[in-house]
Design a protein around this ligand. Structure first.
Ligand code: SF4
Length: 92
């Protein structure tokens, strides 16, 4: 294994150069029920590691959180998601 995972975590994609073109991030958006950055992403990333966590919600409900925690195609571009959606809250 050897992968370090912090509690709470956050999807690395929000700081990735490819975020609006990425098919894996598109799937994460769908799972989170948020609006897509792109309707038809064309980039298939190399070996994204998606961390899936079952979380407790109010009223004895459970939800599922999806986050990309590692990816072979990751290219650091700090704040890319925010620049694409100025003024919106970054998905956590
Ligand atoms: S980190 Fe990987 S999965 Fe996330 S947007 Fe970048 S290329 Fe896509």
């Amino acid at each position: 294994m050897g992968e370090v995972e912090g509690s709470g975590g956050m999807c690395i994609c929000v700081d990735c150069h490819w975020v609006e073109r990425c098919q894996a991030y598109h799937a994460v958006e769908r799972q989170h029920g948020v609006e897509h950055l792109s309707a038809d992403p064309d980039l298939c990333p190399t070996a994204p590691r998606i961390h899936v966590q079952v979380i407790s919600l109010e009223g004895a409900q459970v939800g599922v959180e999806w986050d990309v925690r590692a990816c072979g195609s990751f290219q650091l571009d700090p704040g890319r998601w925010s620049r694409l959606r100025p003024g919106e809250v970054v998905p956590a």
